[in-house]
Write a protein that binds this ligand. Structure first.
Ligand SMILES: [Zn+2]
Length: 320
């Protein structure tokens, strides 16, 4: 009797672990079946397109000078992405530049095939560093994901500290570093002529956001980035989130409001000398339940906010 109860518990544990592994979509490309993934292309504005497949959203500037893409999902999808761009029948010219918004594998997984077919990879300095070293990404507590050191061919060959501009297709495509948000190497990419912005994972639509506290991210940085973007961009700017559907500034403001309110709730609990366990038991994020469960549940987001606000980064461990 005791034994079968144990077996049931083990099964439950196995299911929970299985779900947890499935949820960690970012960095385990080798476990995925990409054969059924289709690339959906949406015209955003002018000559800017959004491509969805598996992993982070791609922005593409497609025009007479060739193609610039922002992020490249996973290596097995590179041919499908190339085919989808060709299918637009706008240009026969290649993808000349790939700009990575940050180092995570669901945004940089295609770097090797794109670089080997002639694209130049561009990213913030810290993206190259983290790709090169590999390490354990995570929220500083129970959520951890392993990033293996990337091969040389995946490393950006042009890096920047603060910003870089790619002048192509009649547009000044600008990548601007926003420090310590989703990671420490985030770039938000602006297409000013077409009034489009690609947010990387500083803005996502799956609920409570994953913040890679171990990879130098923080909720404070994410809030600062969103505040700056939503006060400086035109009200009708089209917003490509790191994950999820095409959005607008109202969506960004609602997301930012949630970040501020949940941070304040956790800060209040910290000031009241509550432990993370107490915050979880008291369900202090219950008023924001609608944001829970897409990737992070409320407990994991409490950990994230606690670690962000107290400066507990966990460890971004290097491989030997
Ligand atoms: Zn990410």
């Amino acid at each position: 009797m005791k034994k079968s109860k144990h077996a049931v518990l083990s099964l439950q544990l196995a299911i929970i672990l299985g779900i947890a592994l499935l949820v960690c979509w970012g960095l385990r490309a080798q476990d995925k079946d990409f054969s059924k993934v289709e690339i959906k292309v949406t015209k955003v504005s002018g000559n800017i397109y959004m491509l969805e497949g598996e992993g982070g959203n791609i922005a593409a500037s497609v025009g007479e000078d060739g193609i610039v893409i922002v992020d490249d999902q996973y290596a097995p999808l590179a041919d499908k992405i190339q085919a989808a761009l060709k299918n637009l029948k706008i240009t026969d010219k290649p993808v000349r530049f790939v700009i990575n918004t940050h180092y995570h594998g669901d945004h940089t997984g295609g770097n090797v095939p794109f670089a080997s077919s002639g694209s130049t990879l561009i990213a913030q300095d810290n993206v190259r560093k983290r790709l090169e070293s590999g390490g354990i990404a995570g929220n500083g507590s129970s959520l951890t994901m392993e990033a293996k050191p990337a091969p040389k061919g995946a490393l950006p060959v042009i890096t920047f500290e603060h910003d870089v501009t790619v002048h192509l297709n009649g547009e000044d495509i600008r990548a601007l570093h926003f420090p310590a948000g989703h990671t420490d190497g985030d770039a938000i990419i602006f297409f000013p002529k077409n009034n489009v912005v690609h947010m990387g994972d500083d803005f996502v639509r799956y609920g409570f956001p994953f913040i890679d506290v171990s990879g130098g991210g923080s909720v404070q940085g994410m809030i600062a980035a969103m505040d700056r973007v939503s006060t400086q961009l035109p009200p009708d700017v089209k917003v490509i989130p790191g994950h999820g559907a095409l959005s607008n500034l109202d969506d960004v403001r609602e997301f930012t409001k949630m970040l501020k309110e949940t941070s304040a709730a956790v800060q209040k609990a910290i000031n009241g000398h509550k432990t993370v366990e107490q915050m979880k038991q008291e369900k202090i994020l219950a008023p924001w339940a609608k944001w829970s469960g897409g990737f992070l549940d409320a407990d994991k987001f409490i950990e994230t906010l606690y670690n962000s606000l107290t400066g507990n980064k966990g460890e971004f461990l290097k491989h030997n």
